[in-house]
Design a protein around this ligand. Sequence first.
Ligand code: FMN
Length: 314
Amino acid sequence: MSDIIFEVRIKGPDPKRELIMKNPVMTASGTFGFGREYSRLYDLNRLGAITVKGITIEPRRGNPPPRLIETPSGILNSIGLQNPGLEGFIGDELPYLRRLSTPVIVNISGNTIEEYAFLASELDRVEGVSALEVNVSCPNVKEGCMAFGIKKDSLFSVVSAVRKSTTLPVIVKLSPNVRDIAEMAETAENAGADAVSLVNTFLGMAIDIDRKKPLLANTFGGLSGPAIKPIALRMVWEVYERVDIPVIGMGGIMNWKDAVEFILAGAASVAVGTANFVNPTAPLEIIDGIENYMIREGINDIRELIGLGHRLPA
Ligand SMILES: Cc1cc2nc3c(=O)[nH]c(=O)nc-3n(C[C@H](O)[C@H](O)[C@H](O)COP(=O)(O)O)c2cc1C
């Protein structure tokens, strides 16, 4: 064991409900289900946090297939928020997750502001939920969701409503499909967000040249994986310069070097998404890789590394 200080905290309005992660690596929503499949491969207690698949009030079947396409350096998905609904999550998935020492972040989505507020107030009372991640950025559902995250006014309204409905730390997941992501992060902060996470997937598509039609049944999908990393990194850099709340960085993090880049750009914590499909133990390798890098660089506390790319002379 090294003496490295690896802990990351996200403060909410209630000091007793602070999100405390033992290391800065979490899973990205929708790429880790509710953890069960991965628990057969490694000890989930090693993760900094688990962000679960996006939850809506009612269960959803998601979009029709095909809804996952491989591209040369990433995947396009149009899953469309398939999930067991609030009751299904609380009854069937949370009891298992609650037994872990790893905090659980619940990603929430709605069609209206009232639905977001309802989910926040219901989850506020549920044991085993450590923070909420407000998904205002999913590109794969027809109404709601991304519509809230791409306009400043509606983003402000959703985040304010969620803020009033819970004392849990509120993380707002930003869409990269906007003109100025730093402005959106600032709006979320002004509305009471305790942290922002970025980025969700980029709207994209692929066409089958034999059928001469889009490959995804839904035409468009969200692009994730290595293809988006340089853009996501630039966005984390920009947002870090604009807000005072912690930034959770994600988008194409496949290994520890990618993660270190995000931390140097200003991410207090990183999330691993598409990499889980390619290499299921990627989050553990990333935790070890960051720690070894810090030892080699003589950095004792992760906080010294966060945003260091902005502070060193050129
Ligand atoms: C299959 C799939 C499902 C996803 N589902 C959700 C979701 O339910 N809620 C959400 O906020 N983000 C969702 N995302 C976005 C990821 O959490 C992450 O923001 C994005 O994939 C970028 O990270 P990556 O390049 O490491 O995958 C999903 C991504 C994928 C690939």
